[in-house]
Structure formats: structure tokens, C-alpha cells
Design a protein around this ligand. Sequence first.
Ligand code: NAG
Length: 382
Amino acid sequence: MIKSLSSAFVSLALTASLANAYWLMGAQNTITTERIDPIVNPGVIAGHVHSGMFTADIIVGGSNFRFSSTTKFLRESQCTSVPIVEVSIYSNYWYPHLYFHAADGTFKSLNGGVVIQPNTPDYLFDNKPGTVTAFPDDFRMFSGDPNLRSYNASSYAQQAVSFLCLDFDNSQGGTTKHAELPLNKKCPSGVRSQINFPSCWDGKNVDSPSHTTHTAFPSGGPDSGKCSDPKYPFTLPRIFMEIYWDTNSGVDYSKAKNPAQPFVFAQGDATGYGFHADFFNGWDKGVLQKAVDGCTCNIYGDLTCCAEKGIFTKKKDGTHCRITPAIDERTTGVLNALPGGNKVTGLNQKPSPAIDSAPPKLILPVFAYEGDKPTQTGTVQK
Ligand SMILES: *[C@@H]1O[C@H](CO)[C@@H](O)[C@H](O)[C@H]1NC(C)=O
């Protein structure tokens, strides 16, 4: 299973990146699954559940994914879920969790994200050194729109989101690509949500009110063309995330509320058009610049060649970097409602994010750990 996943992954990644050099960070763990969003909802409990994935490098211990963030704070993290050692790679990436919506009204979280390797994020960039600008400190960005429930094929922002119905053994004629969560189709090897971040930048702002307008997609769409708009002249490394969901284990389509498409993203999106992701930069600018200028040696995205050039140091294996919960709320397993009470909406329906009338309590402080269990846990705040 794992083997076939990786080979399919490599070939698909290759097709997506013909003209580019790239590397795969291969996050090996989800550090937490909570309603925390230091970009869109800094300082407060977020409207929906994200799987917080810490892509950083090793040092020891914890990971500073919290209610609010800065690049400096991220670099003080103790551990990471990507197989790189350097202290300078402490970025955060996050995206909504996916649930099976049962006819009895319950929601069951799917195995996904980083449970099966390999995983994202991928960094893609031009082979020619000097063409890509590293992210500045405190840079953050957002891709996708959680409120979308319809598809506009001419929108680059919507083209940036896609799904693969995975079929590694060719039992249904092979893997297919979709703009939405695959309809009327069981995907034999699971579903992969994919998202491109914008890769052009205004060169001035590290954020913008919508978290999107300081960046733009290139001239040809999310994964092609140039940063030719004079308002966005700087080319950033293109971050592409591929998130694998096990849509088969423990999933009984005959018990689904909607057997044609039984899955729902945490913000209540039953279409997939509202899939989105956040990036908070933790990179040391110099290290990232060296990487995008020099790590052009392996077309398979393997970090080994970057390591051999002294740009990264690879960890032997991924640690299991996690943090203790900051919110007293269950977000995985079988739930009676989506966290925060978000209502499910389908094609062309108006999204209906819930007002959290009784927000859960906080558990503080948060501890990082790498074993099976934390040695310390925080206390619930009254
Ligand atoms: C679809 O997207 C294009 C490009 O962004 C935009 O110009 C157009 O207004 C959109 N159409 C609708 C119906 O929103």
C-alpha cells in the first residue's frame, strides 16, 4: 500500500513540475487538530477545524503553532514533523479536516493528511538561480476560499484547488482529477486534495486584510506562467500541498447521508470547492534563498541531493512531533456535530458557519512532545 502510494505520488508530482526544480518536505506527522488559525483568526478559537501540520526541522521538542504567531516565535519551536534538521525551517501549514457525514447525522474524521507517506508540502521553483525570492520574516498567505460552494473555471484561485480520485491498481481505469470532491465515485485508493499557493508577490507586504491580495497567481494560472503583473513582480517559491485522505477505511457508503459524495470539510463544505490552506513562514530567509538557488539537483524532489550540497541536513527518520491541545474540544473520531457547529452546505448553497455560542475552554499552557504521550499537560482555563 505504502509503496504503491509513493510511486504514484512521484510520477504525479513529476508531471506537475516539468519546468521546475522542487523538493518534497514530507511532513511525517500532524502536530495537532484544532480550531486555531493564527492568520485568519489570530488570538481566538477559529471557525473551523484545521489539521495543523508543522513543517520545520528538528532540534528538540516542541512546536510553536499557537493562536498567534511570528516568524521569530516559530523559530523557537522545539520539534518538527519534517525530515530536516536545520533550525531555520519552522513554517506552519494548515488545512481543514475531512469527515464522513453519516445518515444518522454524525461526522467521523477520516484518516488523512500525514498518516500515510509521503506528504506535503512541496516547494517548486525555477531551475535558474536568482529568479526566486525567499519569503521575508512574518510573511503569511492563504489560498482557496472556505465559503465557496460552486466552481468558476476561469478563476485561477479556484483552479488552484483540485482533487485526485486515486486508483493505483487501475481497478477503475486509473486515477482521475476533479475540481470538486469526486461525485458518484468511490475512489479505490483514497482521495487527494491538492492546493497551490499564489507564487507572485508585491514585494512590500507580509500580509493583507484578506490574506490574499499581497500575492497573486502567475500569468498562466496557479502552476504556469510568470509574475508579469507589475503589481506583483516578485516570484516566490511555489508551495503545493497534496493531502491524502483515506476515504475507504471505516467508511460505509450505504450509511452515508449522501452516498453520492459522503464527505464534508470542517467548515461545512460538502463540495470541496471551499478547500483552502494557510501558510505561515518560519524560514530563515538566507537558508531558503540558498535552497531555491542551489537545490536544483534532483528531479524527484528527494531532499538527499540538497543535503549533499550542504543546504539541508536530513533527519534519519521523522520524529513524532506533537503539541498538547490548546482547546478543550474533541475534533476527531465520531462527532455529533462539526466542531464549532458548522452546518453542512452543498452545491450553490450559502455557507453557514456557526456562531460559537458556547466556545470551548482553553487548556494552557501547551506542551510539545515526541513520544507517545506528553509528560506534562496544561490545565483547563475557567
Ligand atoms: C469567474 O472568475 C473570473 C476570473 O477571476 C471573473 O472575472 C468572473 O467575474 C468570475 N465569474 C463569476 C460568475 O463569479
